[in-house]
Design a binder for this molecule. Structure first.
Ligand code: DON
Length: 581
């Protein structure tokens, strides 16, 4: 039942141990004491249940999904309920003003991948974020020009229409109730709003989230009447309630007020795309994941294929294991950054990049003793926070993985006056200028250049792992920009290669490499000092991951089938709840 009280990271259900090591990385430059820090992050309490399980970034949203399941809804019904509820309870990333991806695997074996990624407005131009000297501006990150045409409402409603069993009004009821009646602000929401108060207050959302200049305090009851109204429009009229009519009018008026590009024509032509999930294998397990326009699936499979080609993995966070992972990531990210783009605009070399033969040829050129500088890998010069993931399993054997986002925390900061929701800053995921880093430091190429109506490349990696008998075993995904890819790879590798429980796999220290910048980052305390020294001696530019809003490593929400039933785990680095029955 939804009581309107969000549980925070340190709330009732979560028995997290210390995050001292993570907090120790709040500074950007590594120093001796950080490198000597001990890894103290421990697995959170896991929820285990015989029939069904949901793990999401917010307890009220998880309970919205459980409510729908208990009323006889299936995993897709529940996922749609969670998606709309997060737009109310987790406004930093849950959204109706952003976009994302849904992966479905039904009990009868059918699979589907739904792309509801934002698209560039028709008025977008290739160089729209360059100043007169050719340097990228901040307009792709904050403000009206940063906004891509939102896809979430079209995506969630399309998923429900194809695979759901309940009406939109039924699955949206918890979200509408939470927006209308309000929720009690918990410490996680209060911290999040306070952290972005200045940015939020620059736009129309300031009146709701930072009233009178004071960020929403913990314990306050927080209602969102404009959002409740907008959600009711959608519940009544489906996607048309968002893309046409009064909500669309408000969105377009908001764009006009701030010099944004989205018009009624952009909203009316938006359509989600059903795609074939990417399928690969790793050491006897089958992986289903997202094809382009997410790069996540390709990079996940390419990296795992390279690791597999190098044989059994050495022990966790040894020099050899960390080196192999880094070198595999470097190669997969180099391809990800330069070769992928919107399939409506180009042909992606997905088959080649995800083939075992290609991985074998890359693996054979990895030195066991030396790092390969990224720039030496390119045969021709290469040009070149906030997301949330939830995983759902129902009692009939259907599973769903959804990652969706506004990009940065609270997206572009722009909030639609009268309609009550934040808009994304997804345009920053395009290549603003080949060879120049974006918000996440990704150095991308021509394939991902801006064009009207084009989808921007994503790193979101919803994934479903099937066991050797072909049954759903692990459902996961993450937030964290490019760190999504690494975090998903590491959790998969931790449970398969290192035989960790899901809770251990999620709490284990992570590393990250994304080809450029050519630097291997690790969570403070996550590598033994002697391992750091050895990796440095092999030529790795290595340092402690800087702590940033959005997190330098990902935040995973995963569920796993065990003999005891479904186990759900929330990343101990973030808030949320896993609940089942
Ligand atoms: O689609 C992407 O790859 C990014 N927009 C995701 C952003 C993200 O994960 C931010 N969260 N921390």
């Amino acid at each position: 039942m939804i009581g309107g009280i969000r549980h925070s990271t340190f709330g009732v259900r979560v028995m997290v141990a210390s995050i001292a090591a993570v907090l120790a990385s709040c500074r950007t430059a590594p120093n001796a004491s950080e490198e000597a820090a001990r890894w103290t992050l421990r697995a959170v309490e896991v929820d285990t249940a015989p029939h069904a399980m949901i793990a999401s970034n917010d307890s009220l949203a998880t309970m919205a999904g459980i409510e729908v399941l208990r009323r006889g809804g299936n995993a897709v019904d529940a996922a749609v309920a969670v998606g709309f509820a997060l737009a109310v309870t987790y406004p930093e990333a849950g959204n109706i003003g952003g976009g994302g991806f849904m992966l479905v695997r039904l009990a009868d074996g059918r699979t589907a991948a739904l792309d509801f990624r934002e698209v560039a407005p028709l008025g977008a131009t290739r160089d729209m974020y360059l100043d007169s000297t050719g340097a990228p501006t901040k307009a792709s990150v904050t403000g009206h020009l940063a906004v891509g045409v939102p896809g979430t409402v079209a995506g969630l409603t399309a998923a429900l229409e194809r695979y759901g069993s309940k009406s939109l009004a039924e699955v949206m009821a918890p979200a509408i109730r939470l927006a209308r009646d309000g929720l009690v602000v918990d410490s996680a929401l209060a911290r999040s709003v306070a952290g972005d108060a200045a940015r939020i207050a620059r736009f129309e959302g300031g009146a709701r989230f930072v009233p009178g200049g004071v960020p929403l305090p913990r314990g306050a009851r927080f209602a969102q009447p404009e959002l409740a109204w907008t959600l009711a429009q959608i519940a009544e009229r489906g996607a048309a309630g968002f893309y046409r009519g009064t909500v669309a009018d408000s969105l377009v008026a908001e764009m006009r007020r701030g010099g944004g590009l989205i018009t009624h024509a952009d909203l009316e032509r938006y359509a989600p795309v059903w795609r074939e999930p990417l399928r690969g294998t790793y050491r006897g397990y089958t992986l289903l994941t997202m094809p382009p326009i997410s790069s996540g699936g390709v990079a996940l499979l390419e990296t795992l294929n390279i690791l597999e080609a190098m044989g059994p993995l050495p022990s966790f966070r040894s020099v050899a294991e960390t080196h192999r992972l880094t070198e595999a990531l470097r190669r997969a990210f180099l391809d990800r950054n330069s070769e992928l783009g919107d399939p409506a605009f180009m042909t992606n070399p997905v088959e080649r990049l995800t083939s075992k033969a290609y991985a074998q040829s890359l693996a054979s050129r990895i030195s066991p003793t030396q790092a390969t500088p990224t720039l030496t890998l390119a045969s021709t010069p290469r040009e070149g926070t906030q997301t949330t993931h939830f995983s759902v399993a129902d009692s009939a054997g259907n599973v769903v993985a959804v990652t969706y986002t506004l990009n940065e925390l609270y997206g572009s900061g722009v909030w639609v006056r009268g309609a009550g929701f934040f808009l994304n800053d997804e345009m920053d995921d395009f290549t603003a200028a080949p060879g120049k880093p974006n918000l996440f430091g990704l150095v991308q190429g021509e394939a991902n250049a801006i064009a009207p109506g084009k989808r921007m490349l994503s790193s979101m990696t919803p994934a479903i792992v099937l066991d050797s008998a072909g049954a759903p075993w692990l459902v996961l995904g993450s937030r964290g920009g490019p760190r999504i890819i690494t975090s998903v790879i590491e959790v998969v590798s931790n449970v398969i290669d290192h035989r960790m429980s899901l809770a251990e796999a999620m709490a284990a220290p992570r590393v990250h490499h994304q080809a450029l910048p050519d630097s291997l980052r690790y969570e403070a305390g996550g590598l033994a000092p002697a391992v750091v020294d050895s990796l440095r001696a092999m030529g790795h530019a290595i340092g402690v991951a800087p702590w940033k809003p959005g997190g330098y490593v990902g935040r995973v929400h995963a569920i796993m089938k065990t003999p005891a039933g479904w186990v759900g785990v929330v990343d101990p680095r973030t808030s949320g709840e896993a609940e089942g029955y």
